[in-house]
Design a protein around this ligand. Structure first.
Ligand code: PEP
Ligand code: MG
Length: 608
């Protein structure tokens, strides 16, 4: 055992030798870029070890003390928010825990000691803080009294919370990059991605994540080439290294040779040419050879994405993800601000439909303004409609804004993460309440707005026949539907190979949904990433899906495919896939067909 080579050591590169090295990851957002690397260091939630520390010049001490004081205030506020949120469901002694935590953060003696370490030892705030807290934690843990031992855990919890605020500020400069850069990071959260300096970010390469991570989806919408799931990547880089990032194939090339750069420049040129061709085709109908119209709509995350909707010829907006409006800010967006945004979105598409999805925060999408809170399983936690039903104040503000904006275009409303009929009924009752409030105050609003639900939890797909009698449309959120059906975390690169959308269990849920919709006279769309992957389109439309909503840049390829396939063929492929014993065989019916009938369309997407 002892003689076995340590794999990590072998992989570790001698950074002084700038050789070309290829890394393989998961392609998350298409495009090719060549540029300089900027590494985003991990936000460690562990207390920091003194051995890595560098001292700071005396002139920087006031900045560090200010950072520490700010982190203290933020932590106090966070603890208060948590306490308020959980007030109703807590026993008095449980609520006391929050008070104890707040006291630790506000303790004057402790604060004085930390400030003094920053000043006297000239340490950055997080190191001074770690040093002092570590001292207390180890003293208290060594005490024999089990009750006191337990308190060490409280102190550690509080310390971790405060440290995350301190370190968060380090990554808070993502909106001002020092120049054009490819960002390399262990992880990048959706709110960090939303904050990125668009002018300067060339590409994103992360170690964690998968194709359907929200950061990847956002990068796609923003046309930022991205690769995720690059294992042991960041440890091989230095700031300033040169990198080619191929978001089509998921390849990152470090220190590329001149010949490689030339090859990729040519690829990028071909890509630009193809892009221009697809834009020229944006007025063509997306209709199968036997005359079935499939609506190709756009997924949009912010008003910045509206120009693309027209440019790529989308038939409206199939998913407007409103949660990004709530991120990276101290205050929640009020009704007036939301109204203006939704109105602008509705007006931008000249009467075409716009589906505004109500808030889907939670999971990996967090917003400071709502209060960050720790959940053991956030994707199974207080996410989306659950959060809205728990916070009717926030929900009602958004509903008022959507209903009012409905007078300025063809807006439809959609609830995410519905898992039971009771939940839908509660959401609908709140909509009714909001409508009558608007009426009482003589406000104009769209009284007969269509309301749909996302089908992204298996329970909803199985109950589609009941839901179909209560709503105007279904939109399948396949990113989550796959995750929840197969019990595979959509953000986890370690199980990304098991995340197979054509698992027949998923296809049967889709079939059940579309068939229940058809029988009840409502329509079904797909707004998850399955809609934009050409390999899945024949199966989806063959199962009865009538609208595919995707990142606008994917629409051109989808349109080409639909114009070359017949519905009869799609239905045959779908029927075969439903009967397949596993995901790979189910997929093969579709890929074999596409390879035979339109290899050039597949190649264009794969290679760029
Ligand atoms: C989905 O789950 O497929 C979806 C479209 O919603 P989101 O990706 O925002 O969770
Ligand atoms: Mg979802």
């Amino acid at each position: 055992m002892k003689n076995e080579p340590a794999p990590r050591k072998i992989r570790r590169r001698d950074k002084t030798q700038k050789r070309e090295i290829m890394f393989h990851g998961i392609p998350a957002s298409p495009g090719i870029v060549f540029g300089t690397v900027l590494i985003l260091q991990k936000t460690s939630l562990e207390l920091l070890s003194a051995k890595d520390v560098k001292t700071i010049p005396a002139a920087q001490v006031p900045r560090e003390t200010a950072r520490f004081r700010k982190a203290m205030e933020e932590t106090q506020a966070e603890i208060q928010t948590l306490r308020d949120r959980l007030q109703a469901s807590l026993e008095p002694h449980e609520a006391n825990v929050f008070d104890a935590h707040a006291m630790i953060v506000g303790d004057q003696k402790l604060t004085g000691e930390i400030l003094s370490v920053i000043e006297k030892k000239q340490l950055p705030a997080e190191y001074a803080y770690s040093q002092v807290m570590q001292k207390y934690i180890s003293t208290i843990s060594a005490l024999p009294d089990p009750y006191l031992k337990e308190r060490a855990l409280d102190i550690k919890d509080v310390a971790t919370r405060l440290l995350s605020h301190l370190q968060g500020t380090v990554r808070n400069h993502l909106d001002k990059l020092p120049g054009p850069r490819i960002l390399a990071a262990g992880d990048l959260t959706p709110s960090e991605t939303a904050m990125l300096d668009r002018e300067h970010v060339l590409g994103i390469a992360t170690e964690s994540g998968s194709k359907t991570s929200h950061s990847a989806l956002l990068a796609h919408s923003l046309h930022i080439p991205a690769i995720v799931g690059l294992s042991h990547f960041v440890e091989c880089l230095e700031n300033g290294d040169k990198l080619i990032l191929d978001g089509f194939l998921g390849i990152a090339l470090l220190n590329p040779e001149p010949a490689t750069i030339e090859l990729y420049e040519q690829k990028a040129k071909n890509q630009a040419k193809l892009f221009a061709e697809l834009v020229r085709e944006n007025q063509l109908q997306s209709e199968t050879t036997d005359g079935y119209r499939i609506q190709l709509a756009a997924n949009v995350e912010s008003t910045d994405g509206l120009a693309d909707v027209k440019r790529f010829g989308a038939a409206g907006i199939g998913l407007f993800r409103t949660e990004y409006l709530y991120m990276n800010r101290e205050q929640l967006p009020d009704e007036a601000e939301q109204f203006e945004v939704y109105k602008k979105v509705a007006e931008s598409v000249n009467g075409q439909p716009v589906i505004i999805r109500t808030l889907d925060l939670g999971g990996d999408k967090l917003a400071k303004a709502i209060g960050t809170f720790q959940e053991k399983n956030p994707f199974l936690g207080l996410r989306a409609i659950r959060l809205c039903l728990a916070r009717p104040d926030i929900f009602k503000t958004q509903l008022r804004a959507i209903l009012r904006a409905g007078c300025y275009g063809n807006i439809k409303m959609m609830f995410p993460m519905i898992c039971s009929v009771a939940e839908l009924d509660r959401a609908m009752a709140i909509v009714d309440e909001v409508k009558s409030d608007l009426q009482d105050s003589n406000m104009r609003f769209a009284g007969s707005m269509d309301i749909g639900i996302m089908i992204e939890i298996p329970s909803a797909a199985l109950m589609a026949d009941i839901f179909a009698k209560k709503v105007d449309f279904f939109s399948l959120g396949t990113n989550d539907l796959v995750q929840y059906t197969l019990a595979i975390d959509r953000n986890n690169e370690h199980v990304a190979n098991l995340y197979e959308p054509t698992n027949p269990a998923v296809l049967r849920l889709i079939a059940n949904t579309a068939s229940a919709a058809g029988k009840n006279g409502i329509w079904t769309g797909v707004c998850g990433e399955m809609a934009s992957d050409l390999r899945y389109i024949p199966i989806l439309i063959g199962l009865g899906v009538e609208e595919l909503s995707m990142s606008p840049i994917a629409i051109g390829h989808a349109r080409r495919l639909i114009r070359k396939i017949s519905m009869a063929d799609a239905e045959r492929i779908a029927a075969q896939a439903l009967q397949a014993p596993n995901a790979k065989e189910a997929l093969r019916y579709s890929t074999d067909y596409l390879e035979r009938n339109m290899p050039e369309i597949l190649a264009a997407v794969r290679e760029g």
